[in-house]
Design a protein around this ligand. Structure first.
Ligand code: FSO
Ligand code: SF4
Length: 545
């Protein structure tokens, strides 16, 4: 059989249909195959653990963590290392066998619960278990929508686990639902129900992560982050893992090496706990997709703690390190499980041999408007809404990406009426967070809550405003939603918003390829989801003529 792949899990999928030769993200067919197999064996393990729970037997926390880690590994541009993924498959099969031995009644378990082989059989099996192994396009669409939502949940769950927070109920849901995507007896209606339930647990997991982050590092506060450079050599840390950042900051004290954030790590500056580190220098660069140029000019080592990795150029590949679920062949990986100390000394030594970063811009970014900070300003905000100084809030959270069509978001932000305020989270903000959009009576017109998972803050803010204004329906608030998506964490954020009852979300720059026409119709009819138009048309749609 030819070596073809099929992946359509992200917004940049080839031709808005599916990557079949090589990923637009750079994922090669042999990596795609092992990711498909890792998802399959993780679903098999999940069916076994779900049966164990049904028999009132305990599932160890390490097994829960294995499931979420595996799913995280398969998120867009997190891990390109085939050999590492093969090891994950082997480990998962071993654990699955151990768990299977504890099951009393194996009669209802799916085939995936029994499948096992050595590495020689992996390629052959992978070809039979990919996305296209589900023939009915609506069932396939719903299974993938659920699976991608669970991948997003898994990523957020892992971040909470890293800070020693667990939610066994949500883990049980993730596993039960992964297993359900193998169940041929489920109808379209039942799968739609599961999509919504996934959103419910998405809210729970984001709440857990919010508690974990604020519990460990304090409530984000309004902060001005420098985007220029200092004179020392630096380490650039990217991705979403705050615990990795904390360990790196601790280990760089007194070494003469500065630490800069990149892309989704920018919001770390908003947490009080990280301000005390004098070598925490600022943010360097922009959203993930510009990293080829920016990593080059940074000069020092780069630590990728999660997605989004762009296959590195040879000129800086030896300076790129990965940790956690991230991986790239040829880049050094820093080991360390949940609760373990990670040793970053090799990166620090490396930084000392490097030139300081080249300055690519100067100035500041203002952020830190997670729920506590916004609620501290609630009176001011409510007055501004009542007086008409703020007409509408525009949620522009989500992801950035390399498609030219995303210029829309910059133009949209520029065209917004001056009595509107952008609420944002995620890397989508880089499309407009360096524009000077001013403020309304001291309230900045771009309120950045943080990372994509901090979209949860935006929901908390909306619910609070609903209460303050005495409204029955969250959709009666003066808030419109124009969200950009790229990978699977955005899927769980979207499902969480749907669960909270938010209607009429605009999603761009294109709708997901994994929505079949019928599934898209369900989302349109029940939730009013739609795409984006031209900036002019959308201005009129949102704000009238
Ligand atoms: Fe962006 Fe990448 Fe945070 Fe995503 S850096 S695209 S939705 O990983 O997770 O916002
Ligand atoms: Fe293509 Fe996106 Fe899949 Fe990468 S993650 S192979 S770009 S659909």
């Amino acid at each position: 059989m030819e070596n073809r792949m099929f992946c359509y899990q992200c917004q940049e999928t080839a031709g808005c249909r599916g990557c079949t030769q090589v990923g637009v993200c750079g994922k090669k067919p042999e990596v795609a195959a092992m990711q498909d197999l890792l998802v399959y064996v993780t679903k098999g393990l999940s069916a076994v653990t779900t049966q164990l729970r049904g028999e009132k037997k305990e599932v160890p926390a390490e097994v829960n963590h294995m499931v979420t880690y595996n799913m995280f590994v398969t998120i867009t541009n997190a891990n390109f290392d085939r050999d590492a993924i093969v090891e994950d498959i082997k480990d998962t099969l071993k654990v699955k066998e151990m768990m299977l031995a504890k099951v009393n009644d194996i009669s209802t378990l799916p085939q995936a619960a029994f499948w096992s082989d050595d590495e020689n059989g992996f390629e052959e099996k992978a070809r039979r278990v990919g996305v296209m192994s589900t023939e009915n396009e609506d069932i396939r669409s719903l299974r993938e929508l659920i699976t991608y939502g669970l991948k997003g949940m898994a990523a957020y769950s892992k971040h909470a686990n890293t800070l020693l927070r667990d939610n066994e109920d949500a883990d049980a849901f993730i596993q039960r639902t992964l297993a359900a995507t193998l169940d041929d007896s489920l109808s379209v209606g039942e799968l739609v129900e599961l999509v919504l339930e996934t959103g419910k647990y998405g809210v729970d997991i984001m709440a857990l992560l919010d508690e974990a982050n604020t519990g460990a590092y304090g409530d984000p506060q309004m902060t001005r982050v420098n985007i220029g450079v200092r004179k020392n050599p630096g380490i650039l840390i990217s991705g979403h893992d705050l615990r990795d950042l904390e360990m790196l900051l601790e280990q760089t004290q007194g070494t003469g090496v500065d630490v800069y954030t990149h892309s989704e790590m920018l919001p770390a500056h908003y947490y009080p706990a990280f301000r005390k580190y004098e070598n925490f220098a600022g943010n360097y660069g922009n959203a993930w997709w510009k990293q080829k140029e920016e990593f080059e000019s940074f000069n020092g080592p780069i630590l990728m703690t999660t997605n989004c990795i762009v296959p590195p150029k040879d000129s800086y590949k030896d300076r790129m390190y990965t940790t956690g679920a991230a991986g790239y062949p040829g880049c050094r990986h820093i080991a360390g499980e949940i609760g373990e100390h990670k040793d970053f000394s090799a990166i620090i030594e490396h930084a000392r041999r490097c030139e300081p970063p080249v300055e690519i811009e100067t100035g500041e970014i203002v952020g830190g408007f997670a729920h506590a900070q916004v609620l501290a300003l609630a009176d001011k905000i409510v007055d501004a809404v009542k007086s008409g100084a703020i007409r509408k809030f525009v949620v522009m959270a989500g992801c950035d990406g390399r498609m030219k069509s995303r210029d829309y978001y910059t133009e949209f932000a520029k065209a917004l009426p001056e009595d509107t305020v952008i609420l944002t989270a995620g890397c989508a903000k880089y499309r407009y967070n360096k524009l000077d959009l001013g403020d309304i009576g001291g309230i900045p017109r771009v309120l950045d809550a943080g990372q994509c998972n901090d979209s949860y803050s935006l929901a908390v803010i909306a619910l609070k405003l609903k209460e303050v204004f005495g409204l029955d329906d969250i959709n009666d608030l003066p808030i419109v939603y124009n969200i950009a998506w790229y990978e699977q964490k955005a899927v769980i954020v979207l499902l969480a918003l749907l669960y909270l009852g938010v209607k009429d979300i605009h999603l761009g720059p294109t709708l997901p390829a994994f929505l079949s026409p019928n599934v898209a119709k369900v989302l349109v009819e029940n939730f009013g989801i739609s795409g984006i138009g031209t900036v002019e048309d959308d201005m009129e749609l949102f704000f009238g003529k």
